[in-house]
Design a protein around this ligand. Structure first.
Ligand code: 13P
Length: 249
């Protein structure tokens, strides 16, 4: 199976920069070795959708409202995201958990609202440095998963990707080791097994994110139990991300 590579632009790249990026990326992407989803800013999604039409590149949003519609100033609904070409949405990113105080309950509601609207979800889970130091990594991952996926039907997991993104590895240059990623993937699949089924635990896509780059991606993405990667900083460099996408095995 091809690896799944997801680019999270975070709050970077305005529409004209996004235009340049997508034009070059789409022209160079072979699609032979990896499935690619790029998540630009909300304001660049319509343009990105136009530029990726008839290409293998898929689009995702970085956030979504937990509500369908109504008096929620500044929010963007899952239906709106679908209507501008997003197929995926990132939910539960540690930056939203920590900087915007998003709870597991809210994340769970966002997932349900998104799935109902036909968006696929990339649910991020992962421990912080403190949790890691006191040996609580597994406990944190389990809680975030159980609460994030609570009440979902097993068949809905086909539209959910789990991203293991330990907070201490994000934007630090300090990526998790292959051993740590393998262990986390095992925990994630075990929790899915216990809460859903053996089949679901086998089939669900689990990816790793946190200081991925051209050098460490091949080993980390080929960790047993890992189906791909979630890229932050390095994905802003179109040639580096393109190189990874065209060469990953
Ligand atoms: P970095 O690749 O910059 O560490 O970011 C990872 C991330 O948060 C992707 O969602």
């Amino acid at each position: 199976m091809k690896k799944l590579l997801i680019a999270n632009f975070k709050m970077n790249e305005n529409p004209s920069e996004t235009k340049l990026y997508f034009t070059k990326f789409v022209a160079g992407f072979s699609g032979e070795r990896a499935d690619v989803i790029i998540c630009p800013s909300y304001v660049s999604l319509p343009l990105a959708s136009f530029l990726t039409a008839n290409s293998a590149v898929k689009l995702g949003a970085q956030n979504v409202s937990d509500e369908d519609a109504g008096a929620f100033t500044g929010e963007v609904s899952a239906k709106m995201l679908k209507s501008v070409g997003a197929e995926y949405v990132i939910v539960g990113h540690s930056e939203r958990r920590n900087k915007f105080k998003e709870s597991d309950k809210l994340i769970n509601k966002k997932i349900k609202t998104s799935l109902k609207a036909g968006l696929k979800c990339i649910l991020c889970v992962g421990e912080g440095a403190l949790d890691k130091n006191v040996g609580k990594s597994q406990e944190v991952i389990r809680k975030q998963l159980e609460e994030g996926l609570r009440g979902l039907y097993e068949n809905e997991l086909e539209s959910v990707v789990i991203a293991y993104e330990p907070t201490w590895a994000i934007g630090t240059g300090n990526n998790a080791s292959v051993k740590e990623v393998e262990q986390a993937a095992k925990v994630i699949r075990k929790v899915v097994y216990e809460n859903f089924s053996e089949k679901a635990s086998r089939d669900i896509q689990v990816i790793y994110g946190g200081s991925l780059n051209e050098r460490n991606a091949p080993a980390l993405l080929n960790t047993p139990g890992i189906d791909g990667g979630l890229f932050g900083g390095i994905s802003l460099d179109y040639s580096a991300f393109l190189n990874i996408a065209n060469s990953i095995k």
